[in-house]
Design a protein around this ligand. Structure first.
Ligand SMILES: [Ca+2]
Length: 267
């Protein structure tokens, strides 16, 4: 008997060591939970808008920046569709993400190296700043601007557009989350949402760690989208009441989506 009594112990030791080796691997492979987007309400959205940026001001006016050369503009409107103001960007630039920060509207351009600064009341262009960086999405957390460039990184900028600190590496476990596009900071949860170019998923990112906390799968919103490869999900906005809105390029609808449980403020 004595001859065999050590075997289970050896086995247990071996198993423990094996588990120890496996544990980090399992963590690395773990992926953030995916929740289905639930539509609360539908609103009309101009299907000519090649949506690149979407956000609300404190009065729940909606702003949208659009792309394409010769068609890029910024529109300020109400949810019922009434246009308050709009402005065209020069035909030689391709508009991208935008946000209201420090009382000004910032509008990125794609590879044109320019950021436009607009008056939020009239949408008059007050300045154009040369920033030789690719622009996709833009949001503001109350202190810093956050810019995406289609990679797995988010870049921090001050209101003067200077870089602030290293880029945030966005990861799901250890997996880089690439093609981050339109952005929206959610003040209640402190998370940054980013839709992923070419997909119907929205990642909700912890800006302290870069980890994706969860995804919102927005396939249900695609039902009215044009059958056009350009007509991708690309618009996220949270209004003053915390309501979450989504749309896409050339989409005829703008959707209010139920706030997922993961957006509750952590205790
Ligand atoms: Ca946004």
């Amino acid at each position: 008997m004595r001859r065999f009594s050590g075997i289970p112990r050896l086995f247990r030791l071996a198993f423990s060591a094996f588990s120890f080796i496996l544990a980090p691997t399992a963590w690395a492979l773990a992926s953030a939970p995916v929740y289905e987007a639930e539509i609360v309400a539908e609103h009309e959205h101009n299907p000519d808008y090649y949506t690149q940026g979407l956000f609300f001001d404190q009065d729940n006016n909606l702003y949208e920046s659009t792309g394409l050369y010769g068609r890029s503009r910024v529109i300020k409107y109400r949810l019922d569709g009434d246009i308050i103001a709009q402005t065209s960007l020069p035909p030689e630039v391709f508009g991208e993400g935008s946000v209201l920060a420090g009382g000004k509207i910032y509008v990125l351009t794609w590879t044109d190296g320019l950021v436009f600064i607009l008056d939020p009341q009239t949408l008059a262009v007050e300045a154009r700043v040369l920033r030789l960086q690719t622009g996709w999405g833009l949001t503001f957390d109350g202190t810093q601007l956050w810019r995406s460039d289609g990679t797995d990184r988010l870049f921090r900028h001050g209101l003067n557009l200077e870089s602030q600190g290293p880029p945030l590496l966005v990861r799901d476990g250890l997996t880089p989350v690439r093609y981050l596009n339109e952005l929206e900071y959610d003040p209640e949860s402190g998370l940054i949402s980013a839709n992923i170019y070419g997909q119907s998923k929205v990642a909700f990112i912890d800006p302290a760690s870069g980890q994706v906390r969860f995804y919102l799968e927005a396939k249900s919103l695609m039902k009215n989208a044009p059958k056009n490869p350009e007509a991708v999900l690309n618009g996220l906005a949270v209004d003053g009441s915390g309501r979450l809105f989504m749309t896409g390029k050339l989409w005829p609808k703008l959707y209010e989506v139920k706030r997922p449980d993961g957006l509750r403020k952590e205790e």
